[in-house]
Design a protein around this ligand. Sequence first.
Ligand SMILES: Cc1cc2nc3c(=O)[nH]c(=O)nc-3n(C[C@H](O)[C@H](O)[C@H](O)COP(=O)(O)OP(=O)(O)OC[C@H]3O[C@@H](n4cnc5c(N)ncnc54)[C@H](O)[C@@H]3O)c2cc1C
Length: 466
Amino acid sequence: MVRKEKEHKLNLVIIGGGPAAITIAKTIQDKMKVTIIRPEDHSMIYCAMPYAIENLLTFEKTFKSDNIVFDAKAELIRDTVSNVDFDTKTISMEKNKDINYDKLIIATGAVPILPPIEGNRRSNVMTFKTEDDLKKIIDLVDNGLQKAVVVGAGAIGIELAQALNERKVETHLVDMAESILPNMMDIDMIEETQETLIRAGVHLHLKSKVEAIQVKGKTEEIILDNNKVIPLSSFDDNCTELDKETTTGLVVFAVGMRPTVGIFEGTKLEIEKDGIVINNKMETNIPDVYAVGDCCQFTSALTGEVISGKLATNAVPMGRVLAFNLLGQNREYPGFYNGAATKINDVFLGGTGFTEATARKNFEVEVGYAEFTTAFPIMPSAKKVKLKLIADKNTHKIIGGQFISGEPVADKVDQITMALQFGITVEQLTSFSYSSQPYQSFYPAHNLIVKAAEEILKKFQVPSQN
Ligand SMILES: Cc1cc2nc3c(=O)[nH]c(=O)nc-3n(C[C@H](O)[C@H](O)[C@H](O)COP(=O)(O)OP(=O)(O)OC[C@H]3O[C@@H](n4cnc5c(N)ncnc54)[C@H](O)[C@@H]3O)c2cc1C
């Protein structure tokens, strides 16, 4: 009788259970012995969390099913990794026994930043990422929360502020920038939509930085750097000093993320300001140790400089590159384009690459605009759609684009991202081949992308004066 040799599978351990980790497990399947270690009871669909506050979804709908992990034939250990010994390839956890790995993937993500200001430890002053954060906000709102201050007018802050406003909470949105969504949209593109946010009831405080959260007499106040004060809650005459430590309003900081790399500090793993240093194959400086997603520092695909890119739509492709390489391919991750989208009231908006304001720091820039409708203008369903296209004057390559529309724009943003990815020039975009149908596009005579590119080309071709 021939005895079958037991197949030895490579032992791959992933620390973290977010989208980067799940993508890897789903891609590897049973070709390796994959173990995911994460502490949470539920992996969250973070992007959906504001909509559970708004009551569009139930709380439980924001949980990712663990079946995703089990269907990928991976093992799930619910625990927190406390230490990794890279020499002996040993992982220590808070509750479980040590385990060993052949290959290790660090996918520990990032945590929201709570700025070190006076009052940041008061009750109801928080950040927004975990299941507990979501539960706390939902409970507060369900129990009659009157007032909230959201700090940070990026996509997360905007979505959260709108959800609170929809639930009839007096909502203030504070940002240091001149306009909302400063990393996604230029001020000329966002101004009008910003007004609709104000008209919907959100109190907007731009060019304002939160300096402290403090109790003065009978009120708790948010102090801004431009001498503005937002009263948050008031205490009655009988309240004690102890009562004053409890906030009845809510303050949420949505001002950015910092990589979760605490357990690796002081080890030989190379870490810089924005996370673990990796190459474009997701390899760290330690053999057999890789890192992917929000815990990593990475670069712009357009300039090669380190930029922030803490998005699921970056974490997932990073995971995919690594997983396919572990399966024997030779892929490289090009870097961040940062295509992203959001929604404000009935307006869908999104951008990719650099805004004009950011691009001007590195490039000589030319921009072009086009505005049409999402269907033939004679059709009842037609909504406005506007594009701002940004190009490098020297290479003529497209380096950014922003859309505003009455209909979803994520697919359009992705079309421009593709132009960025393949180094497409303004000239090439003017011959972009498109389709047309009364319900689904403007008249065949025009296309948004072609028109905006033509606008830029005209500016490039200013005839000489002599
Ligand atoms: C409210 C909100 C809305 C968002 N909306 C969008 C959006 O619309 N589009 C988009 O592209 N992105 C969005 N993002 C960003 C996106 O969620 C992140 O970029 C993405 O989750 C990063 O994936 P990741 O796998 O790298 O890390 P994470 O999802 O952060 O996962 C990290 C995992 O590592 C675990 N971990 C950390 N330390 C340890 C340890 N010591 N031991 C064990 N496990 C550990 C964590 O507990 C977690 O399970 C949003 C984020 C938030 C908070």
